[in-house]
Design a protein around this ligand. Sequence first.
Ligand SMILES: C[S@@+](CC[C@H](N)C(=O)[O-])C[C@H]1O[C@@H](n2cnc3c(N)ncnc32)[C@H](O)[C@@H]1O
Length: 286
Amino acid sequence: MTHHPVPDRPVAGDWLALREPADAAAREHSAPLITRLVQHWEERAGTAGTPGEEPVVVVDLGAGTGANRAWLSRHLPGPQRWILLDHDRELLEQAVAAARADGADVEPVLAGVEDLGRVLAEHPAARRLVTCSALLDLLTGEQIRDLARELAEQDVPALLALTVDGEVLLDPPHHLDPSVLGAFEDHQHRGELAGTDAVRLAAEALRERGMVVDVTPTPWWVSDQAWARPLLERFLADRADAAVEHRPDLTAEAHAWLRTRLVDCARGRLRATVGHADVLGLPSVS
Ligand SMILES: C[S@@+](CC[C@H](N)C(=O)[O-])C[C@H]1O[C@@H](n2cnc3c(N)ncnc32)[C@H](O)[C@@H]1O
């Protein structure tokens, strides 16, 4: 029987659906990274004489319901074969169903990120990419360093998208923002998780392995878009819940904060900036 890890804290599929439009808007800022990635493949093809018609093999780590594939497949040129990896069977099934409905060439892998080496070894190709979105902060520093090692050893570029960087600005401000949002951020660092250090850790680990690294801010700007209100409501409620879980002494303040913030939201007067960043790591072309 194949062993695979089981998520101890499953990510809710409806949260992933709510964030999709904000993610898609944010990712427009990472267009230069995709241009650089495509140039990298072209330079490699120039030196290796690789034909361009062979599909690029894209491994999507922590694929969830497949939002990264849905967005990135439209922004990459040519035929693509997508390997969707996640340790959550239910989310992976949704991702595969959506990909097949789109006519995508897709293969699910129920596994943890630590299985990347095996997955890459099983999928050789002239052009490959490892990607993820909204994953790095959920990994430990050690998992991020292992990921960088695997990428460098197997000579594969990486586009690690939409990692939170810790910046959250709510407008208008509220006097309880710092304590509730601060407790949320501490919760993101529970155990050994990288949380809001993940972008820095990933960039450092990739550079240490000799890769050329670019980091681009991809913030969410949420205000009066049609999709903003349900996203903001869920964002606020999740922050209050996590803050209370981490700091039970903050229960009364967090509930009061959430009540006020939901009223702000209902009146259409709340704007949020949520910092994220995309990291591109390219093997050096020699
Ligand atoms: C926040 S969700 C992002 C999902 C998707 N990439 C997106 O942008 O909508 C993080 C995903 O990573 C998966 N995940 C978290 N840690 C993982 C690990 N160690 N190995 C494999 N999958 C993991 C979760 O099950 C979840 O589907």
